[in-house]
Design a protein around this ligand. Structure first.
Ligand SMILES: [Zn+2]
Length: 125
């Protein structure tokens, strides 16, 4: 596996967080990376974090990474935005190093957030 910081996706992720007012997300503690060489064919992206014990042991706060796999690049831009929203929804309100599960991070909630994002974007012109 090879990982590379993705400044373009970082900017898009930050725009989404700000537009949708996901104020629990600490932008300085979420970083977007592209990965190459994964054998999983179906995965588009995934969210990583460090657990509570590791945070305590390392004397650090929670940190999240969103990894975008090669297949992500082939999606149309709207679908890419939905994937970004999906991954952001995995980050809980506590920003504590856990995840919200797929009962909450579901197609329906992603669609609602995406529509909101599109409408906000339209208003801005
Ligand atoms: Zn998910």
């Amino acid at each position: 596996m090879r990982y590379e910081f993705a400044p373009d996706l970082q900017v898009r992720m930050e725009e989404i967080v700000i537009a949708l007012q996901m104020s629990h997300i600490e932008l300085t503690r979420v970083k977007c990376f592209r990965s190459k060489g994964s054998s999983t064919k179906r995965t588009l992206a995934r969210c990583h974090t460090i657990g509570k014990l590791m945070q305590k042991a390392m004397g650090t706060e929670a940190f999240y990474t969103i990894e975008f796999l090669e297949r992500f690049e082939k999606l149309p831009i709207d679908e890419q935005d939905k994937v970004i929203i999906h991954e952001l929804l995995h980050i809980p309100k506590t920003f504590g190093g856990g995840f919200r599960q797929h009962d909450f991070v579901c197609e329906e909630n992603v669609e609602i957030m995406h529509e909101k994002f599109m409408n906000l974007r339209k208003k801005e012109g």
